[in-house]
Ligand binder design. Sequence first.
Ligand code: G4F
Length: 346
Amino acid sequence: MAKKALITGVAGQDGGHLAKLLYDKGYEVYGVIRGQLESSHPRYKAVKSEMPFLNLVMADLTDLAALTRAMQEIRPDEVYNLAAISHVGYSFRDPILTAEVTGKGVLNVLEAIRLSGLEKSTRFYQASTSEMFGGLDYNRPNKGYAEDAVFHPRSPYGVAKLYGHWITKNYRESYGMHASCGILFNHEGERRGPEFVTRKISKAVARIKLGLQEGIELGNLDSKRDWGYAGDYVDGMWRMLQQDEPGDYVLATGETHTIREFCEVAFQEIDVEIEWQGEGESEVGVDKNSGRMLIKINPDFFRPAEVDILLGDPTKAEKVLGWERKVDFGGLVKLMVENDLKLEAL
Ligand code: G4F
């Protein structure tokens, strides 16, 4: 009999990658989407047309009754909790909802499993995040964060995720659940939403090349992120649930780059060399050849508290899970710009 997997947040970036991976491995895949979508709703139809193999289930992470019903009806072998309010900047604007969904929502999924009597048989994955750390690990500044680093979240999102992380560990310890946390550093790609900086840049670069957009406005150019490819990271999630014992694992590249560097490499893909001029909020990025202004700062994109640098150490995942990455930083930027050039040309 095929294994059954249930994915919350299946309509998001990681949900799509994971659903395809599990389907290719022979799983029966169930995807939770939010709210009251009818099968005629455009979002429902969009998810179904991209992934016709998906069995869609309507439930909200804040609705314990709906989640419990889903668990009882499906009795999944594996549950991947990817749903969240995941935009860090937005979480400052809507911290209460973020706590309800991104934090307490994890408890609802765990309770739905337990109330259904599945806590000994269903394996659970929680999408934890590097945003729980919040900066450099000063004890090992050159190696980056590993699983045992100290947490110091710097956004309502990070704080809510930390609740989800600890409640998952608590259910593991209290009820013997096979519940694992993947502490994923930033992971991007062609499915990334345009509200995140990498996709915002790759889309803008493509549109500028095609004459559809003049330039791009960004916030903090100096923060650094450890960016990998989302397709590589969902394989790590699956591997965590195939282990005999549950655990926590960092998935990261071990490299960190500024937003500024991401811009430079992305513009190189369309043969534009960026030269930076000015300072602070007046800094601009211009095309070195033509002098045309392409990048400027908009303080609206600054955050009340920023994570200046994220750098992860994936040694445990590499050794224990045999996890490896196929796409490096340059490959990631290239893949994203090429994808947006194709999409924008349609
Ligand atoms: O792309 P971002 O919005 O991602 P962020 O905040 O690092 O969070 C992402 O990664 C986390 C893993 O560490 C996930 F947990 C989380 O759900 C999400 O997927 O911003 C990256 C950096 C920040 O420093 C931000 O201040 O880019 C900076 N930035 C500069 N200009 C901008 C912009 N970010 C956005 N979204 N938009 C800008 O215009």
